[in-house]
Design a protein around this ligand. Structure first.
Ligand code: F6P
Length: 537
């Protein structure tokens, strides 16, 4: 057995060994808060309500050491080809590093090019916002339609909703889904003469994005003629293809193959947000991400927030066989954070083979779901408290709010604290019975009702506290999860930066589209053949 295998076995044994309920561990582990609450880049991450003892935490840290997390982190930073199946580095940290950094991707310096692109973004964003850059008829831009999907959509959508001004000077609309309703809704009520269209696609081959871009280009041309193409902007690692589509060369912003789509919000993929929010706000987002990079790179494992969060998640996922995790931001503006994390975590780590092509020895990414609190409390929290499965929760909250009624923010905070406590502490049957007895229920009535009103408790959660939903804290929150995902990938021995699992569906959709459009029928199982026959034009 390798050291690594032994460390995994120890983690599993530790997780399944009998232990006190989480709530009871505080009394017997006086150092629990000190060891399990860390601060990183302005965030406070409390892992003390996780189902591990201090001894378990040490066992988990031994696993991290056995899996050589620090060496892997060094390889990531050195720009080595950590995305081996695609022969690429993964250097999203270079995108948010301050000017003067010296990143190299596979030995090739990249930081100057990053800075040049950032300068071009800044100049373009400022020109659009100031009105110096106008549309084809000379009018200033009032709206942006951002077209892209997956990593070219989820990050920008999250950032915009999280940070958008209450009364934006420039409104952003998003079109990701190829469902024609999406572009119809995105364009509804907009004036083409005052609309900038930003097409974001790393590959510039994604079917949905190109189909939507064609629709929106036609909308521009119908109103403005060929001059409408001047309203097109593209962000892509394939700039020539974007130009061939009709985007003016000076409005094509590049990024690089060492930027994974789901790690790309820090690049020109964030251009729509940089225009809509102002470049200074975008810069602050980058600064928050860079601060988390510094923390992840320099902090010892036992105090390292991404490492500890990864270990807590792995302890639940592998140690305790918990395949689902809920992420509940108690911030309406972070409603989209769970969707963003779905791609970041499930596309990165939803893998069944290791980097050598062997079956992975243990379960990888958990399914992530969630919605904003308090809304979720009135939808799926019933199951979190009393369902047959234990679903660990990550709560995210901001200590202060700068908008709306402060009293309501206090109510919001009371709820998130209460939910975390309720999940852990639960409510005993004896307690429920005492209450029911006081209400005069008979013994028989109590036998029926008390178990239904009992909360088992001992349900784990993490609590990530931001000071406020600032660009810096949001940047740190996203980068925290990017690095957490990386650490998990190292522990599992998988490549967190490829996504071969999305290819088969794309290939089949291309073939089936040809059949739906009147091409010769393909060879299918009876169910698929029936659907094609029913739905063809
Ligand atoms: O669905 C797979 C995927 O390649 C994602 O990884 C990516 O974020 C998305 O499609 C969009 O890709 P592109 O930016 O190349 O259009």
């Amino acid at each position: 057995m390798t050291t690594r295998d032994a460390a995994w076995t120890n983690l599993k044994n530790a997780a399944v060994a009998a232990r006190d309920p989480i709530a009871g561990l505080f009394a017997i582990e006086p150092e629990r808060m000190e060891r399990m609450v860390v601060e990183a880049a302005g965030l406070r991450i409390d892992l003390s309500k996780q189902p591990w003892s201090l001894g378990d935490l040490d066992t988990a840290l031994t696993l991290a050491r056995a899996c050589e997390v620090e060496a892997a982190r060094n390889r990531l930073w050195a720009g080595e080809r950590v995305n081996a199946s695609e022969g690429r580095a993964a250097l999203h940290m270079a995108l948010r590093a301050p000017d003067g950094a010296d990143f190299k991707a596979d030995g090739v310096p990249v930081s100057r090019e990053v800075e040049t692109t950032r300068d071009a973004m800044r100049a373009f964003a400022q020109a659009v916002r100031s009105g110096a850059r106008t549309g084809a008829t000379g009018k200033p831009f009032k709206s942006i339609v951002h077209i892209g999907i997956g990593g070219s959509d989820l990050g920008p959508r999250l950032i915009w909703e999280a940070l958008r001004p209450l009364e934006p000077q420039i409104e952003l609309r998003f079109a990701a889904n190829v469902d024609p309703s999406e572009t119809a809704l995105a364009l509804a009520g907009l004036d083409p003469a005052q609309t900038l269209v930003v097409v974001v696609s790393k590959s510039f081959t994604t079917h949905e994005t190109l189909a939507n871009a064609l629709v929106v280009r036609a909308w521009l041309r119908a109103a403005l003629g060929q001059a409408g193409d001047a309203h097109l902007v593209a962000v892509s690692a394939a700039p020539q293809t974007a130009q061939a589509f009709g985007v003016p060369a000076e409005q094509v912003f590049g990024f690089w193959d060492w930027v994974g789509g789901r790690y790309s919000i820090w690049s020109a993929v964030g251009l729509s947000c940089a225009i809509g929010l102002g470049y200074d706000v975008f810069q602050r987002l980058l600064a928050g991400g860079a601060a988390m990079d510094e923390h992840f790179k320099r902090t010892p494992l036992m105090l390292n927030a991404p490492v500890l969060l990864a270990l807590a998640h792995v302890f639940n996922r592998d140690g305790l066989d918990r395949p689902v995790r809920a992420v509940i931001p108690y911030a309406a503006r972070l409603r989209l954070f769970p969707s963003f994390l779905q791609q970041l975590e499930m596309e990165s780590n939803g893998k069944r083979t290791d980097t050598q092509g062997r079956p992975v020895a243990r379960a990888t990414a958990a399914s992530v779901f969630g919605d904003a609190g308090t809304n979720g409390q009135h939808a799926f929290f019933q199951m979190l408290h009393q369902g047959t499965d234990v679903i660990p929760v990550d709560f995210v909250a901001a200590a202060t709010s700068s908008e709306g009624d402060p009293a309501n923010h206090t109510i919001l905070l009371a709820n998130v604290i209460a939910q975390a406590e309720a999940l852990m502490v639960g409510r005993s049957e004896a307690d429920v019975r005492a209450e029911l007895a006081a209400q005069g229920l008979s013994g028989a009535e109590m036998d029926v009702l008390a178990p239904q009103r009992t909360f088992p408790g001992d349900r784990p959660s993490s609590f990530i506290l931001m000071q406020a939903l600032t660009p810096e804290d949001l940047g740190a929150l996203i980068a925290l999860h990017e690095h957490k995902v990386f650490v998990e990938g190292v522990l599992w021995g998988i490549n967190s930066f490829d996504q071969w699992g999305v290819e088969l569906g794309k290939t089949l959709a291309t073939r089936i589209l040809a059949e739906l459009e009147g091409g010769a029928p393909g060879v299918h199982d009876p169910s698929t053949a029936d659907l094609v026959a029913r739905l063809k034009l």
